[in-house]
Design a protein around this ligand. Structure first.
Ligand code: G6P
Length: 368
């Protein structure tokens, strides 16, 4: 293997720490910071203004990046988005309006189900766009337009830097769509580009929560189940956190939309169940905090990921607070991804699992 771990004990830690750089590098390909504008690397073979729907399919962590993007495209571009797991999408044979846009998100560019979903969309006369990390991959080759994530080879099976680079590219595409559709003004675009410019620095600040997160490893390692809660664009971050946690610790973890907890899973909550709440300060914070208090009232052991403003509002019944920097709402999901990566990483290291090569998992799944 030509890529080395450098000073890190695992590739996962190295790749988590590379994120300020990989995001910075990726952004330089998508944003003109001097003009405070999004500038996509490719001419688009379609017009966002003429689309009635965007369809995104992908698998694993790439699917959760796509789920975040649904919130962004709908909010910032008022573009209806359908997002589905590729293995479901491909057999649903969904009806698609001709000349729609189908977008595929894949680190490897080789995932069999994602490729099959792409080929179905070709048969439905869709424009095919992809976000891939491996530029010479099959999915890239079969796309009309490719948006690369420029984060270099990712070795650890559990995806980290590729996921946040995908999120970053998706954010720029949502802004581009918002501009083309006349939803975002120049001033709004400039404000969002400024938020992206600050993103690498914010990722570094999020990494500074590592000692606090590392101190939770022992208690998390004793859990049999861990819940992750979030709302809006932070809901997919909760799903991503649970996925990462179960992949490398082998402890059952489940991501849930904060507002849905009361419709079932709350029955499982007691003092033995850690509940990670991903809730930086935003318009939905109060709602998420109220869900969190419902959990606390049942003895749930709460770990809150929030910013300073959120921590002030949170109240006294929180066991642990992990602070992330206060950032523009657009980039909150990207920044909040860092602490959930570190939670999984430290718990797995404490437990002594094979962090970079977890059992039963493959980096790229090229069979059905
Ligand atoms: C596998 C990997 C995951 C990845 C998923 C999708 O399950 O272990 O880390 O998110 O495939 O892979 P892709 O290459 O399409 O992003």
């Amino acid at each position: 293997e030509s890529v080395s771990k450098g000073n890190h004990r695992h590739f996962m830690s190295k790749e988590i720490y590379e994120q300020p750089d990989t995001i910075s590098h990726t952004l330089s390909n998508y944003v003109n910071f001097a003009e405070r504008k999004v500038q996509l690397p490719q001419e688009l073979p379609f017009d966002f203004a003429k689309l009635s729907r965007l369809t995104i399919s992908s698998c694993g962590g790439s699917y959760y990046a796509a789920m975040i993007a649904k919130y962004w495209f709908e909010k910032y571009a008022r573009l209806p988005v359908e997002v589905d797991i590729a293995s479901e999408f491909r057999y649903r044979e969904p009806p698609m309006e001709k000349d729609g846009l189908a977008l595929f998100v894949s680190q490897s560019g080789e995932t069999a189900d994602t490729l099959a979903a792409l080929r179905y969309c070709v048969s439905q006369d869709q424009h095919i766009a992809s976000i891939v990390n491996v530029a010479e991959s099959t999915i890239a080759r079969e796309s009309d337009v490719v948006f690369p994530t420029l984060c270099g080879p990712e070795i650890c099976v559990a995806s980290t830097k590729a996921t946040t680079a995908q999120q970053t590219v998706l954010a720029t595409l949502a802004i581009a769509a918002g501009k083309q559709r006349g939803i975002l003004s120049d001033a709004q675009e400039a404000e969002m580009v400024d938020a992206l410019a600050k993103l690498p620095g914010a990722m570094s600040k999020a990494l500074a929560s590592e000692p606090k997160i590392a101190s939770l490893d022992k208690s998390l390692s004793k859990a049999k189940d861990v819940f992750y809660l979030g709302r809006g664009a932070l809901y997919p971050v909760a799903l991503e956190g649970a996925l990462k946690f179960k992949e490398i610790t082998y402890i059952h973890a489940e991501g849930y939309a904060a507002g849905e907890l009361k419709h079932g899973p709350i029955a499982l909550i007691d003092e033995k169940v850690p509940v990670v709440v991903v809730a930086p300060s935003d318009a939905l914070l109060e709602k998420t905090l109220s869900n969190m208090h419902e959990v606390a009232a049942r003895g749930g052991n709460i770990i809150l990921i929030t910013d300073e403003a959120g921590a002030k509002q949170a109240g006294p019944d929180i066991n642990e607070i992990i602070l992330m920097p206060e950032v523009h709402e657009l980039v909150q999901p990207i920044v909040a991804t860092v602490p959930v990566q570190l939670l999984a990483y430290h718990t797995a290291v404490f437990m002594g699992t094979d962090v970079d090569q977890p059992r039963n998992l493959a980096k790229s799944v090229t069979v059905e």
